[in-house]
Write a protein that binds this ligand. Structure first.
Ligand code: ATP
Length: 311
């Protein structure tokens, strides 16, 4: 392993969230006054990378940002969080999502722009990082072909992979299952992929078994306040393990799934011999801290905010 080796490399998306809060949503053709505006950093890939970095992992992000104010701002956000931006490139297409929110409701427009231009050439440029990483993470907010290519490159180089099929798409290429060391999704993604309605831990077990049958080595299905279920293809006879989350007072669960995956990537890279169930139990606790604060990345804990027994 060279000095350049990263603990966690994420191939994925970043988005700048432009959020306006208003008493209600405007109707078509209407202009209304809002009371608050803020800019947030989002995108599933970037969220996961930043959570892993805040826990102390040496991280790099392979992504594309717009060649504009939002892109520059995002690059600074990566630097501020200790994420290596060397494998990031810019394109002329911007990357924003505009939200209007009112109490309990929101309307969102996403312009994925540059994210969809991330491709094979970018992966080749990032190959020195990808091929020496301890863990590679990818999702589906960039082109599925790019995500799958990243997973295959990692597999060829014996790099552990976490694949997060979010947002889920029907008819996922079967190679995604086979290229994932850990296949981690939430209940609605599990449902869309398997056709098994997931409302309980037992249902999640059934959906997980189906995902194992499709070739995943391990499956994690997150279940919000119920924690998650873990299934391993190596011990099919022992079935599923439910790893409950500790009860907390949740104020905003946005991005909890990404906090969980970022923490899991940190544990897989830092404690390679730790049993998956233990990593998942700790990742539950990290994500449980994130739901107690408002915001997505703004709510993600740093190492200093977490108890020593999580390290
Ligand atoms: P998002 O799409 O908002 O990122 P998600 O649906 O992908 O979220 P969830 O299953 O809601 O992800 O949550 C991920 C993890 O976060 C859970 O497995 C759990 O560890 C933690 N978590 C989420 N909600 C709560 C909660 N209310 N109380 C405690 N822990 C929670």
């Amino acid at each position: 392993m060279t000095e350049e080796a990263f603990d966690v490399v994420v191939v994925g998306s970043c988005m700048t969230d432009l959020v306006s809060q208003a008493p209600r949503l405007p109707k078509a053709g209407e202009t209304i006054h809002g009371h608050k505006f803020f800019i947030g950093f989002g995108g599933k890939g970037a969220n996961q990378c930043i959570q892993a970095a805040r826990m102390g992992a040496k991280t790099a992000m392979v992504c594309k940002v717009g060649k504009d104010f939002f892109g520059e701002n995002y690059i600074q956000n990566f630097k501020d969080n200790g994420v290596d931006p060397s494998f990031l490139s810019s394109s002329f297409r911007s990357v924003t999502s505009a939200f209007v929110t009112s109490a309990g409701e929101n309307a969102i427009v996403i312009v994925a722009g540059a994210n969809l231009l991330l491709g094979g050439e970018d992966l080749q440029q990032a190959l020195p990082a990808l091929s020496h990483a301890k863990v590679l993470v990818s999702q589906l907010e960039v082109s599925p072909d790019t995500s799958l290519q990243a997973l295959r490159l990692a597999q060829e180089n014996n790099v552990k992979t976490i694949f997060n099929p979010a947002p889920a798409i029907p008819d996922l290429d079967p190679d995604f299952y086979r290229a994932s060391v850990v296949f981690c999704c939430n209940e609605s993604e599990a449902e869309l992929l398997t056709g098994v309605a997931v409302a309980t831990v037992e249902d999640a077990g059934h959906a997980g078994q189906e995902l194992l049958r499709r070739g995943c080595r391990s499956v994690i299905i997150t279940l919000g306040s119920q924690g998650c279920v873990v299934l391993s293809g190596q011990e099919p006879s022992t079935g599923l393990h439910h790893v409950p989350a500790k009860p907390v007072t949740a104020v905003d669960t946005t991005g909890a799934g990404d906090s969980f995956i970022g923490a899991l990537a940190f544990y897989m890279a830092t404690f390679p011999t730790m049993p998956l169930q233990e990593m998942v139990s700790r990742a539950n606790q990290v994500a449980g801290v994130s739901v107690q604060k408002i915001g997505t990345q703004a709510s993600y804990p740093y190492k200093k905010d977490l108890p020593n027994n999580l390290f």
